[in-house]
Design a protein around this ligand. Structure first.
Ligand SMILES: NC(=O)c1ccc[n+]([C@@H]2O[C@H](COP(=O)([O-])OP(=O)(O)OC[C@H]3O[C@@H](n4cnc5c(N)ncnc54)[C@H](OP(=O)(O)O)[C@@H]3O)[C@@H](O)[C@H]2O)c1
Length: 283
C-alpha cells in the first residue's frame, strides 16, 4: 500500500512515520507541501500516488487560533478541504485527524460519533467546518477524532509538567476539565489499523480511561518519581484566550467496531516516560 502523510513533522505525524512499516510511506511537512496551496498538494499526491492520504496537518495552537482566525480557517478548514478535493480528484482514500474540540464540553457521558458538533473555540470551529465539508465531498472519508495528544519530541502537557517540576516544589493544575490523554504512537497504530481495515465515517480514537488535567499531572509526577506537589485548581483561575471543553471524553465504540482497542492512558504514560528517558540518555 502507498501512503502519503501531510503534517508528517508534527507530534502525530512523526509517530506515524515511526510506526508505519511494510507499506510505502511518504511524509510532508508544511515546508514541503503547504495544504493552503491546492497546487502543492496536488503535486505531492501526483508524485506519490497513494492509496491512502493521512491529513495530520493543522494549526494546533488553540489560543493562537483565537487571535489568528484567518490562519486557523485557512489551514484547518480550507487546507483540509484542499486535501480532500485532491484525494477525490486522484482517487485516494482520505483519513482526516479530527478533535474533541468540535464538542461543547457540556456532556457528562462519553461523546458518540453522531453527537452534534457545537465547537466553542475558533480552533474547534475551523476543524468542525472541515469535518462537515469533507463528509459532503467524500462519502468514504474516515475522520479519526482524538484528544489530549502527547508524545516524545513535541510540545505536550507531560513535557510541560516535567519541565515545570524541575524548578518548582508546587504546581497548580485545573481539576475541572475531563478528557482522555492519548499517546501519539498508540494513535498512530490505531490510524494504521483503520486504513488497513478500510475504515470510513467518523471514528473516535483515544487512549482508554479518562482523567482531569490535575489527575494527569499527578500521575506524571508520580511516574517520574518527582516530589513536586500537584495542587488542584479551577479553570476560572487560569483564564485563557480559547475556551476549553469541560468534558471531552470520546466513546471508543466506533473504534472497537473495527476490533481496535487502545491501551489505558496510565499504561501509555508509562511508555511515554520510558521513551522520554531513553531519548534523553541518547543526547
Ligand atoms: N495536539 C493535540 O492535543 C490534539 C488533540 C486533538 C486533535 N489533534 C489533531 O491531531 C492532528 C495532529 O496534531 P499534532 O499535535 O501532531 O500537531 P503538531 O505537532 O502541531 O503538528 C502540526 C503539523 O501540521 C503541519 N502544518 C501546519 N500548518 C501547515 C500547513 N499550512 N500546511 C501543511 N502542513 C502544515 C506542521 O508542519 P511544520 O512542522 O512543517 O510546521 C506539522 O507537521 C491535527 O489534526 C490536530 O488538529 C491534536
Amino acid at each position: 500500500m502507498r501512503v502519503t502523510i501531510f503534517g508528517a513533522t508534527g507530534l502525530l505525524g512523526k509517530a506515524l512515520i515511526q510506526e508505519w512499516s511494510e507499506d510505502e510511506v511518504t511524509g510532508f511537512g508544511a515546508k514541503d507541501a503547504d495544504i493552503r496551496d491546492l497546487a502543492q498538494i496536488r503535486s505531492a499526491v501526483e508524485r506519490t500516488r497513494p492509496e491512502w492520504i493521512i491529513n495530520a496537518a493543522a494549526y494546533t495552537d488553540v489560543d493562537g487560533c483565537e487571535s489568528n482566525r484567518e490562519l486557523a480557517f485557512a489551514v484547518n478548514h480550507r487546507g483540509a478541504v484542499n486535501v480532500a478535493e485532491v484525494a477525490k480528484a486522484l482517487g485516494a482514500r482520505l483519513l482526516f485527524i479530527g478533535t474533541d474540540y468540535v464538542f461543547d464540553g457540556l456532556s457528562t457521558t462519553p461523546y458518540e460519533t453522531d453527537h452534534p458538533r457545537a465547537p466553542k473555540s475558533v480552533y474547534g470551529k475551523s476543524k468542525a467546518q472541515a469535518e462537515e465539508e469533507i463528509g459532503k465531498l467524500l462519502a468514504d472519508a474516515c475522520i479519526a477524532r482524538t484528544s489530549w495528544l502527547f508524545g516524545v519530541g513535541g510540545r505536550c502537557f507531560p513535557d510541560t509538567i516535567l519541565k515545570l517540576a524541575a524548578s518548582r516544589s508546587e504546581i497548580d493544575v485545573v481539576d475541572d476539565q475531563r478528557g482522555s490523554p492519548t499517546h501519539a504512537p498508540d494513535l498512530a497504530r490505531a490510524v494504521i489499523s483503520l486504513c488497513r481495515a478500510g475504515a470510513k465515517g467518523i471514528v473516535h480514537a483515544t487512549n482508554s480511561g479518562d482523567c482531569t488535567w490535575f489527575e494527569f499531572a499527578r500521575e506524571i509526577a508520580k511516574g517520574a518519581g518527582l516530589n513536586t506537589v500537584i495542587q488542584p485548581t479551577t479553570s476560572d483561575r487560569f483564564v485563557r484566550p480559547a475556551e476549553r471543553p469541560k468534558y471531552s471524553v470520546l466513546s471508543p465504540r466506533s473504534l472497537n467496531q473495527y476490533g481496535i482497542v487502545m491501551p489505558h492512558w496510565k499504561d501509555a504514560l508509562q511508555n511515554y516516560l520510558a521513551a522520554r528517558h531513553a531519548a534523553a540518555s541518547q543526547v
